[in-house]
Design a protein around this ligand. Structure first.
Ligand code: ACO
Ligand code: LMR
Length: 264
C-alpha cells in the first residue's frame, strides 16, 4: 500500500501547489473575480472561512482607523528615530512594531479576555473594575494619554456606530460602555479606548455572526488573534513614517539635553 512519510510541518490556511494559490480553499482567481477585499483575505487566512460582508467591512474599518495616529505615539516615534539613524525599511518598521504591547495598541486581546469573562460571569461594571483594582491590574481597553470623557476618541465612536447599525448584537460592547461609564466616574482619562472598542466588538462579531462555535470563540480569545489587527494596521503607518523621514532627508536624531532630568 501507500507509505506516507511523516511531515515536519502541518499547514491548514493556504496551498500553493496547484495551478493557482488558494487561501482556505478559495482560489486567487475567485478572490479577484468576486471582488474580495483585505477583510475577506484576513477572514480566510486567520479564521479559515468566508465571513459575511458586515464582518469583513468591520475588519477593514479597524485596519483603516488604526493605520496611524501621528508621529508622537510610541510606535511611530521608534520608527522615526530608527529611520533617522539610517536604518532600512524593515528595521524601521519592526522597531516601531516592537512597542506594541499591553500599554500601546496591544491591549485588544486582554480587553476581549477580561470583558468576556466579566460579562459571561454576570459581574456588574462596579464588581469587575473593583476586582481588577484589588488584583492591581489596569483594565485593558480603558484609559488614554490624551483622550478624555469630554474629548472622546473618534475611532471608538465610528466603530460603535458601524456595529450598532450592522451587528445583530453588541452586548459585549454595551458592557464595555457600562464599564467606561463607571471608570469615567472615577477619572476623566479612563475612557474606552480603541483597543477596548475593538476587543469588545470583536467578541460581538464572533458571537453574533453565527460562524463560530463557542469552542472556536474561546480558542480565538485564548490564543490572542486580535492584537494582530493593530499590528497589521499600524504597519501601514509605520511604513509611511519611514518613507517620510527618508524623503525629508532627516538627520540622525539626538534627544535634547534640556528635555532630560539628569539627577542622582
Ligand atoms: N484601569 C484602571 N485604572 C487606570 C487605567 C486602567 N486601564 N489606566 C489608568 N488608570 C488609573 C490608575 O489609577 C493610574 O494610577 P497608577 O499609575 O497608580 O496605576 C492613573 O489612572 C493614572 O494613570 P497614568 O499612568 O497617568 O495613565 P497614562 O495616561 O500614563 O496611561 C494608558 C495610559 C497606558 C493607556 C493606561 O490607561 C493603561 O494602561 N490602560 C490599559 C492598557 C490599554 O488599554 N492600552 C491601550 C491604549 S489605546 C492604544 O494604545 C491604541
Ligand atoms: C494610537 O492609536 O497610537 C493611540 O491611541 C495612542 C496614543 O497615545 O495616541
Amino acid at each position: 500500500g501507500k507509505v506516507r512519510a511523516p511531515t515536519h510541518i502541518i499547514s491548514t490556511i493556504s496551498d500553493d501547489r496547484g495551478e493557482e494559490p488558494c487561501y482556505a480553499g478559495v482560489p486567487m482567481s475567485s478572490i479577484v473575480e468576486q471582488g474580495y477585499g483585505v477583510g475577506d483575505v484576513i477572514s480566510l487566512l486567520w479564521f479559515k472561512r468566508s465571513l459575511p460582508r458586515y464582518c469583513t467591512k468591520f475588519i477593514e474599518i479597524c485596519i483603516m482607523l488604526c493605520a496611524d495616529h501621528g508621529p508622537c505615539v510610541s510606535g511611530a516615534h521608534n520608527t522615526i528615530v530608527t529611520a533617522r539613524a539610517g536604518k532600512d525599511l524593515v528595521s524601521s518598521l519592526v522597531s516601531g512594531l516592537l512597542t506594541i504591547g499591553p500599554r500601546f495598541g496591544g491591549a485588544i486581546d486582554d480587553a476581549a479576555r477580561y470583558f468576556k469573562d466579566a460579562y459571561d460571569r454576570g459581574l456588574t461594571p462596579y464588581e469587575f473594575v473593583e476586582a481588577m483594582k484589588k488584583k492591581g491590574i489596569r483594565v485593558p481597553g480603558i484609559g488614554h494619554r490624551i483622550k478624555r470623557g469630554d474629548n472622546r476618541d473618534k475611532r471608538v465612536e465610528l466603530l460603535q456606530l458601524f456595529a450598532r447599525t450592522n451587528f445583530p448584537s453588541v452586548k459585549y460592547m454595551e458592557y464595555a460602555v457600562q464599564v467606561e461609564t463607571y471608570t469615567l466616574s472615577k477619572a476623566n482619562n479612563l475612557v474606552l479606548n480603541v483597543d477596548g472598542a475593538i476587543g469588545s466588538l470583536f467578541l460581538d462579531l464572533l458571537a453574533g455572526s453565527g460562524m463560530f462555535s463557542k469552542q472556536e470563540i474561546d480558542e480565538i480569545v485564548e490564543i490572542g488573534y486580535l492584537n494582530g489587527l493593530f499590528v497589521l494596521a499600524r504597519s501601514i503607518g509605520l511604513i509611511g513614517h519611514t518613507f517620510d523621514q527618508k524623503r525629508l532627508k532627516q538627520p540622525l536624531y539626538r534627544h535634547p539635553w534640556e528635555d532630560v532630568l539628569y539627577t542622582k
